[in-house]
Design a protein around this ligand. Structure first.
Ligand SMILES: [Zn+2]
Length: 369
């Protein structure tokens, strides 16, 4: 009996371990980055979120969790910028431990440059420091509608304001430290207000240079602590020539910044309406790139197959730049989990829950081949 048990244990050790290592190598080679991006949970949702990490992300071998934190943290460096009832250090450490246990890297996000307001609400940075506003003449509407006469989508901070970086970099450093992160996501998508004519510092300047200058500054700051920068890719794509328009790409000339920024910035290339193959553009420019779906399961399946095909059909130099896939979720973590667990089901066929499931089912299938 004992002999049999020892034999079985040995068999598992000898055959099981190499198999696991082989399976891990196989999926890592298929898609080095297998990501999930969502708003950081509120304090009362941390435990449920950890359950989701353990029971849903880990078994699907997700290895990268981008958490959109913004001001949902009890900052010691700038407490005036924290949301009320935000995450405490102890909450974050619980999340960090859960991810460590499952070999998941956390990449915290604070939106820099753009997305400093949402609809009719000004974000904390410009509420507390209104003089950082790139467009102080644009008043926030009581009822937000798009399109509007001011072309207000989201406010931006002025990247040339001499005081803004001392403050935002203190937040960046604090959030990276508490999350024990070796990469930081700065957002930087959908920046519509940049180089505005009324700004005494930016008026008349080249918008691509302004955008590239901000990316480079953030990247250089992070690299001092051995950290890397991740950003969304839309501002680096020419919206007019590609026909991709002003959301998934740039119609305000920031796209030329692609040739001005350091090549070690990770590009999160999001496409939600069509499975556009712009990852190739970024990789050919020398950037590591991940493709990001949102709520369209059919597109996500096409996108992951494209990503695998790009890796398999490119040169040795290009292959590692096609880094993987990141599922993006734009609701709060609580709402997503309510949808996910059927507490408040999302009845739309195209929704982030179905997209996440389809994407990772496909990754599972591809890695089993
Ligand atoms: Zn400015």
């Amino acid at each position: 009996m004992i002999k049999q048990l020892i034999k079985t244990i040995l068999l598992v050790l000898v055959i099981g371990s190499p198999y696991r290592i082989f399976a891990q190598e196989k999926i890592d080679n298929l898609l080095p980055v297998r990501g999930f991006c969502i708003a950081a949970p509120r304090p009362d949702g941390v435990d449920e979120f950890i359950k989701f990490i353990n029971e849903e992300l880990a078994p699907r071998r997700v290895n990268t969790l981008i958490l959109r934190v913004d001001f949902n943290y009890d900052f010691k460096s700038h407490p005036e910028l924290s949301d009320s009832g935000s995450l405490k250090k102890a909450h974050v450490k619980k999340l960090v431990k859960a991810c460590k246990d499952n070999n998941i890297s956390i990449i915290p996000q604070i939106n820099l440059l753009g997305h400093q307001s949402w609809a009719s609400r000004t974000g904390n940075l410009l509420s507390v420091y209104p003089h950082f506003d790139e467009t102080p003449q644009v008043k926030m509407p009581e009822k937000y509608v798009w399109p509007n006469a001011d072309k207000l989508y989201c406010k931006s901070y002025c990247p040339l304001h001499p005081e803004v970086h001392d403050i935002v970099f203190a937040l960046v450093d604090e959030i990276c430290e508490v999350f024990e992160a070796d990469a930081f996501h700065a957002g930087m998508d959908e920046v519509f207000y940049i180089g505005e004519s009324q700004c005494p510092r930016c008026s008349g300047r080249d918008k691509a240079e302004l955008f590239a200058g901000e990316v480079t500054l953030i990247r250089n700051h992070l690299s001092q602590n051995g950290r890397s920068l991740w950003i969304w890719g839309d501002r680096l794509i020419d919206g007019k020539t590609t026909g991709l328009g002003e959301w998934e790409a740039s119609l305000n000339n920031t796209y030329r910044a692609i040739d001005m920024i350091p090549k070690d910035v990770m590009i999160c290339d999001w496409h939600y309406e069509r499975p556009d193959q712009t990852a190739v553009y970024f990789a050919m420019k020398g950037f590591d790139v991940v493709t990001c779906p949102w709520r369209n399961p059919g597109n996500a399946v096409i996108q992951v197959n494209d990503m695998v095909r790009f890796r398999n059909s490119s040169t040795k130099a290009m292959k590692p730049r096609f880094s993987g896939m990141v599922q993006t979720v734009w609701s709060g973590a609580g709402q997503f989990l309510d949808n996910y667990y059927g507490i408040r089901p999302d009845t739309a066929k195209n929704n982030p829950v179905n997209c996440f499931r389809s994407l990772y089912d496909e990754i599972g299938k591809l890695s089993a081949k």
